[in-house]
Design a protein around this ligand. Structure first.
Ligand code: AHR
Length: 551
């Protein structure tokens, strides 16, 4: 691939730009973008920038939790470097304790004096990857050192809201009530509030977000949608509230499983209507995990490699991730047939590219994988998709925060680095709470050959949002060889200044490592003015953020 030159300057200040009929699109521009300032789509919920942490491999033990006695800098046992960097990207919510782990977890094991907490077999002991773990470490045999108190501490340190997943497969509904009671009952009111106070937390945690099981069609109980609907009623109705506006999230489909959603919603809304106003979220999981292009449906055989891939694999991975848009539209349409007011929104609480084992940084990191520039584009186009659908997607969580599938961070013992995904979240943070704006993209498709047949993928896409006079426009150029000479018009206002940031690299496999933690880093991108439009060269294989100030 051709080595790319980074442009140096980045800001156009004090220039007045207004899009009008007098502006003429340049004939030789590769791409045109029109941001329609008068067409807001809705507020982008900050919660779509959430993260997911599960007791699996190196996520909690080695990633988040190092222990209070560790030489690694920590706050109450939690890795300080991680906390500091999470604050930089304003992580709004953290989901915990799973994933599949959640439906095998007894929250009571994780409270009280740490040295007295029981050791249990971790859910992931069943996974074939766990065979690699010959020792008796916490990845296989859960020590419960990190429990509800520690997780809430982690949330408080990072400034995030907790999102807890209840165990619906292997604990009775009363245990869920008691977990809510432990977290939310007022100081001094219940025996569990006193247990919480004895651990140093007299004040309630006020946890609002609760998942009612996880993947209830699979590891969360192998239910039929109808059976899950019955369980959902039992677990979600009449739980203690303490005046808190609880938000309950149902376990939605795997990918775009329409049947699961139809049958669940039919049972909940049509048969004997369930009117719990706290049911506001329907979880969706979408992993780009089968990259075999239809050659196999086998879960393991279908996976691609995190580091060894060619240009076709690059486009195909992005295409798989881009399926999110269709999932959102299809699921929303089905839900609307029953929930006609659309009280229930989509909560995409697991997403990302998922590769075969082999690039994890330590054998204990089950599902650990390296994160390249390709994954940064996949993550960015997913976030753009959420931004473009603000009325449908209320919350999301990237799977998973550290040492796992689509991680933002990697850590082992005292070493730590941020992956390209972290930089995407840093660039996109400006969208949080903004008004999404309808934005039109016009760019030629990328054309390539897949299995001897011509294939196409879009050439440029993204999302825009506005907060007062500030407009944020984020863009993904998936083309591996073409710099997109792009013209941008803002319909309805004049521009005072603009600056750009780009995440790109000369090698599509580029990734950060312990030895080279800054191999993939954002740099400044120049923006020029011409004919009343913004002109910018969007490098091949890149993620771009433009910050535009309106007059
Ligand atoms: O993120 C890893 C696993 O993937 C989660 O535990 C589960 O919910 C999903 O299948």
């Amino acid at each position: 691939m051709k080595r790319r030159q980074f442009l140096k300057s980045s800001a156009v200040a004090g220039t007045v730009l207004a899009f009008s009929s007098a502006n003429v699109w340049a004939k030789d521009a590769d791409a045109r973008i029109e941001v329609l300032l008068d067409e807001p789509l809705g507020e982008i919920s900050p919660n779509i920038y959430g993260q997911f942490t599960e007791h699996i491999g190196g996520v909690i033990y080695d990633g988040v939790w190092v222990g209070e006695k560790s030489k690694i800098t920590n706050q109450y046992g939690i890795r300080s470097q991680l906390v500091d960097m999470m604050k930089q990207i304003h992580v709004p919510i953290i989901r915990w304790p799973g994933g599949c782990f959640a439906d095998s977890y007894d929250w009571k094991d994780g409270i009280g004096e740490a040295s007295k907490r029981p050791r249990r077999t971790n859910f992931w002991e069943v996974d074939h990857d766990a065979i690699r773990l010959h020792d008796k470490g916490p990845q296989l045999f859960e020590t419960n050192e990190f429990g509800t108190n520690e997780f809430i501490r982690f949330c408080k340190l990072t400034g995030a809201q907790p999102y807890l997943a209840a165990n619906l497969r292997s604990l009775p509904a009363l245990d869920f009530d008691h977990w809510v009671e432990y977290c939310n009952s007022p100081a001094g009111s219940t025996t569990l509030a006193e247990v919480r106070a004895a651990a140093g937390f007299p004040e309630p945690f006020n946890v609002r977000y609760w998942g009612i099981g996880n993947e209830s069609w699979g590891c969360g109980g192998d239910f039929t949608p109808e059976d899950y609907a019955s369980e959902f009623r039992r677990y979600s109705d009449w739980i203690p509230r303490y005046g808190i506006d609880l938000q309950l999230i149902g376990s939605g489909p795997n990918d775009n499983d329409i049947d699961w959603t139809h049958r669940f919603f039919q049972r909940i809304y049509s048969d004997r209507a369930y009117n719990n106003p706290s049911f506001t979220g329907w979880s969706v999981h979408h992993y780009a995990s089968n990259l075999s292009r239809g050659k196999t449906k086998d879960w393991l055989a279908g996976k691609g490699d995190a580091l060894q891939f060619d240009s076709v694999d690059w486009y195909e991975l992005l295409r798989e991730c881009d399926g999110m848009e269709q999932i959102i539209h299809d699921q929303w349409a089905v839900m609307g047939q029953y929930d006609t007011q659309h009280r229930v929104k989509l909560v995409v609480d697991e997403y990302g590219p998922w590769y075969r084992e082999g690039t994890e940084l330590d054998p204990t990191h089950i599902f650990g994988q390296q994160i390249t520039l390709r994954d940064a584009l996949a993550t960015a186009l997913t976030l753009d998709t959420f931004n473009r659908n603000p009325e449908k997607v209320s919350m999301a969580a990237c799977a998973q925060l550290i040492n796992n599938i689509n991680a933002l961070f990697m850590a082992h013992e005292d070493r730590f680095f941020a992956t390209p995904n972290f930089h995407v979240f840093a660039m996109y943070a400006a969208h949080q709470g903004g008004q999404a704006l309808r934005t039109e993209f016009s760019a030629p498709d990328v054309q390539y050959v897949r299995d001897d047949r011509p294939a196409r993928f879009w050439g440029l896409n993204g999302s825009a949002s506005r907060k007062n006079q500030d407009v944020t426009l984020t863009l993904v150029n998936p083309d591996l060889s073409k710099t997109m000479e792009t013209q941008i018009a803002l319909r309805g206002a004049a521009v005072a200044s603009a600056s750009g940031t780009v995440l790109a690299a000369s090698d599509m496999h580029a990734h950060n490592t312990f030895d080279h933690p800054n191999a993939v880093m954002p740099t400044a991108l120049a923006i020029a003015v011409g004919g009343g439009l913004l002109n910018v060269s969007i490098p091949a294989a890149s993620v771009t953020k433009l910050e535009i100030v309106l007059r």
